[in-house]
Write a protein that binds this ligand. Structure first.
Ligand code: 7MF
Ligand code: ZN
Length: 886
């Protein structure tokens, strides 16, 4: 039985509060784990050396968490004890009257093959593997399953030799042997104390691809990647990325790897992207396996970043970990910041920044404005799995980035050095992180810390004034209310800015209390609700470039006309703000078009706008990836966020109109660019070739919007000629948007070519689920019965159901409510199998209140239907109940 939304007494699940934190009554010095692995009957013996925590309130019992475990026996200091010496209380095993130090040995039985939740120990494609973060270890054995209990682990695995020739766990292999019943065993020892969430084991029939890395201090580290034999040719990119990450962390943070072996395992059934288990990272196969034939540029790019992310956790997460799960952003915000900078250093920095800001604005700003809004450091949760969010991760990374902006690159490095030195081997808080930054730099970040405790996206209203050579910039901040936080205190906001003259050159800046100008850009520190900055000796009315590089995760309210936006799009020396001006220009055009569409007035596009985008397309000096990003119109969901009441049909129609019109009016330029960027060169993963492919495929998509025979021929030709997945998938994705005779045969052909490769089949599902054609829901429903589809594989669920409900706004929100009914049906089927994935899916309806009355009613009814399901998981219960309250 899984955990249920209501317990036997019918009570709803209890929330956990940050303010209730108390230190653990007992610490665990060592753990010896012994596994006898059988898919349907695994025996786990755990021997814990426990010791009373001097820092805890005295006389408390030992409490061990356990979930879905069959308890076989308990021993205390080597002797069997009976049920009078311990009790099972809820999901804990409680022992009173323990001595100050004791050995507790517990034997349990679990059924990994029945574990569809993919938390704890489970079987995937015939191999055993684990996922323990955040609270999965309690599904393996009874243990104080909280990150402030750090222990040294020794793990012995026993399994059938034929079926499971490879036996892995954290740390170093210390011993192995054969048993005479066809089984073998291996013992692993991890010298570093770690919290239970970093425990991992893997047992299966895997091949090992070896490499090595020599650290800066000259130690040789063995790098081993374990995959199914069919995937042996898809490991090169991950291993190359790993070595880049190891070098980068040495150079940028002075951090070396600390064990003699680093292992990566690829698993087909995995709830998330990857997991940083000490010395044994486990990856969703979709986030680690790549070959040019089967993976796209964005797959290659993401894999590099995710490999970096998991590797960087070895210091930001493992050596220094979280005191409790409210501190999740301590490791995740910091590590996302680190992986973002890694990707920026290795590829194009502006391209990376634009991509990251896009994620933040479309997903995190939306979360901040909805019923699931929470601070970077939440103060309560029902199910912690629901708080692995864009707020904790991506806004958390922005908070770290703002600290770096405030203290500078060198000050930041001093801060991280002090942080790692002070807290190595400890479980700490976001306050500890900030304190290290303060102490290393002699500054006060107390007001800044509101970024951790207050939810919501601050809004800055801008007022400009120019007279007598003085340019005055007035910034007023406010932050809308969020659940539980009606009023907010002012944030400490770093705003990077410049003033541009008529030709786009940044002017020297001198504030009124300064004697001479210093530099042509400034980081203004906004701390009050309202502040005015007066710049002297300004020769002409300037154009302000604000929040350059997106220096703070805020919304800027500054009314500009199309001409000024077009000017910034053409001239801003900050590439990020250049792109941003283009997005704002497109946005204001589109929002006006929405009004026209609703008023049944004709839709038109001004020359200013067409010319601005046309000039960009023709710019020979601009990075092709930036051109592609600038020509990508704001997404339908981001547009929806800018509307009082969302009109999905209007938004879809005007965005398509603008794409089609740009394509018609700039047809020749798109065509020329397409021809220039075609290439027969073999696939290479580097910023230049990726940029070229991204512009080419953007041009193809625009050209197809015109419906020309020529474009169609180019698309089919690309599909036929493509010698890499990036190009063939791009062509097929475009083709799938049109009701053309070639659509079905080409989809069919693609499936037949790739049916043996589950990751490519996922792409095939996603293409169909993302099509804007009106019969897409029917199609998706049909594909649920396709032999390659299964609800028990999260990648399949995300590709088909996730793509339809989260990536196909116009079809999901169909006015008849069929999309909503479909989602609720699937969530109800999925929840008993995999609550984490079910909870992520149902979030697609959490912002139901923003839609028109008709759709609101339909979504609310579906949410209520889900909430009424008996035995609902805590995961889905929390999302649905908060969505209905909010
Ligand atoms: C890059 O954070 C950025 C974020 C938890 C699982 C991986 O290392 C992780 C794990 C979730 C959501 C996003 C990411 C991860 C998880 C992730 C991966 C790569 N500690 Br849930
Ligand atoms: Zn992480």
């Amino acid at each position: 039985m899984g955990d249920t939304a209501k317990d036997q007494a019918g009570r709803t699940p209890r929330a956990i509060y940050l303010e209730d934190y108390t230190p653990p009554p007992f610490l665990v010095d060592t753990v010896e784990l012994h596994f006898e692995l059988e898919p349907d009957d695994t025996r786990v013996r755990a021997r814990l050396q426990v010791r009373r925590n001097p820092a805890a309130r005295p006389a408390q019992p030992l409490r061990l968490d356990g979930q879905d475990l069959e308890l076989l026996s308990v021993k205390l200091d080597g002797a069997d004890i009976d049920g009078s010496r311990y009790r099972l209380e809820g999901q804990q095993l409680v022992m009173d009257d323990l001595p100050d130090a004791a050995s507790v040995e517990i034997e349990t039985r679990i059924q990994p093959a029945q574990n569809t939740a993919l938390e704890g120990l489970y079987v995937s494609s015939g191999m055993f593997c684990t996922q323990c973060e955040a609270e999965g270890f309690r599904r393996i054995t009874f243990f104080p399953d909280r990150p402030d209990v750090m222990a040294r682990y020794t793990t012995t695995l026993v399994a059938d030799r034929k079926a499971y020739p490879v036996l892995l766990s954290n740390g170093n292999l210390v011993e192995q042997g054969e048993l005479d019943d066809g089984r073998h065993w291996a013992r692993w020892q991890d010298p570093f104390p770690k919290p239970s969430y970093l425990f991992a084991l893997v047992a299966g029939n895997l091949v090992c691809i070896e490499d090595s890395f020599t650290t800066r201090s000259g130690r040789e580290v063995a790098l081993r990647m374990y995959v199914e034999d069919v995937n042996r040719d898809k490991c090169g990119h991950a291993l190359a990325s790993l070595k880049q990450a190891m070098r980068w962390d040495e150079e940028r943070y002075g951090r070396e790897y600390d064990l003699d072996v680093f292992m990566i395992v690829a698993v087909n059934d995995f709830n998330m992207g990857a997991m940083e288990n000490k010395g044994l990272n486990i990856f969703n196969s979709a986030c680690v396996l790549a070959s040019p034939d089967t993976a796209t540029d964005s797959d290659f790019y993401n894999i590099q970043g995710i490999i970096g992310h998991e590797y960087f956790h070895n210091w930001s997460g493992n050596r220094v970990t979280c005191r409790d799960w409210f501190q999740l952003s301590l490791k995740e915000g910091f590590t996302v910041f680190r992986d973002q900078e890694f990707s920026a250093d290795l590829n194009s920095r502006p391209v990376k920044r634009i991509a990251d800001v896009n994620v933040l604005r479309t997903h995190q700003f939306a979360q901040d404005a909805g019923p699931m809004a929470h601070p970077v450091r939440p103060d309560s949760y029902i199910e912690i799995s629901n708080f692995y969010t864009v707020t904790v991760y991506n806004k958390g990374a922005e908070v770290v980035r703002m600290i770096r902006t405030l203290v500078g690159q060198q000050g930041f490095r001093k801060g991280t050095d002090l942080y790692f030195e002070r807290h190595d081997g400890q479980a700490v808080t976001t306050d500890d992180f900030v304190a290290a930054m303060e102490d290393a730099n002699g500054i006060d970040l107390s007001q800044f810390k509101r970024w951790y405790s207050q939810a919501g996206t601050p809004v800055i209203d801008v007022h400009e004034d120019f007279a007598d050579g003085i340019y005055s910039l007035t910034l007023k901040q406010h932050c809308p209310p969020t659940p539980g936080q009606p009023e907010k205190q002012p944030f400490h906001i770093p705003i990077d800015m410049a003033l541009l003259d008529r030709s786009g050159r940044p002017l020297p800046l001198r504030l009124e209390d300064e004697t001479e100008a210093a530099g042509t850009h400034r980081v203004l520190e906004l701390k009050e609700s309202e502040q005015t900055f007066r710049f002297q000796d300004i020769p002409e009315r300037p154009v302000v470039s604000l929040n350059r590089g997106f220096s703070a995760p805020v919304k800027i309210n500054l009314q500009r006309d199309d001409t000024e936006l077009a000017f910034l799009l053409a001239h801003d020396p900050d590439p990020f703000n250049r792109w941003d001006a283009g997005q704002n220009l497109a946005m204001s055009v589109l929002l006006r078009l929405v009004e026209n569409y609703r008023g049944e007035r004709p839709l038109t596009l001004d020359d200013t706008v067409v010319d601005a985008f046309g000039a960009l397309l023709a710019d020979e000096d601009l990075d092709m990836a930036l051109i592609a990003q600038a020509l990508t119109l704001p997404s339908e969901s981001y547009l929806a966020d800018q509307c009082e009441v969302v009109d999905v049909d209007a938004i879809h129609a005007v965005r398509e109109f603008m794409r089609r019109t740009l394509a018609q009016r700039l047809y020749d330029r798109f065509l020329q660019r397409y021809r220039e960027t075609r290439s027969d060169a073999p696939y290479r993963f580097d910023a230049r070739s990726m940029a070229q492919r991204s512009l080419k495929n953007l041009c193809l998509a625009y050209l197809m919007e015109t419906g020309s025979e020529e474009a169609r021929a180019l698309c089919l030709d690309q599909l036929e000629q493509a010698h890499n997945m990036t190009d063939s998938l791009a062509a097929l994705t475009v083709l799938a948007q049109y009701d053309l005779p070639q659509r079905e045969p080409q989809l069919e052909l693609f499936y037949h070519r790739w049916q043996h490769d589950p990751l490519v089949v996922d792409k095939w599902f996603a293409i169909q689920a993302g099509s804007r054609l009106p019969d897409t829901l029917q199609r998706v429903k049909g594909l649920l019965n396709h032999p390659a589809f299964t609800l028990t594989n999260p990648n399949k669920v995300r590709a088909l159901i996730g793509r339809f409900c989260q990536g196909n706004t116009v079809r999901f929100h169909a006015a008849d409510g069929a999309g909503y009914r479909f989602l609720a049906d699937q969530v109800i089927l999925l929840d008993p199998l995999n609550p984490q994935i079910a909870a992520r899916l149902i979030s697609a309806m959490s912002r139901w209140r923003r839609h028109d009355a008709h759709r609101r009613q339909l979504m609310k009814a579906e949410l209520e239907r889900v909430l009424a399901v008996p035995g609902l998981s805590k995961d889905v219960f929390e999302i649905v109940s908060k969505s209905l309250e909010g």
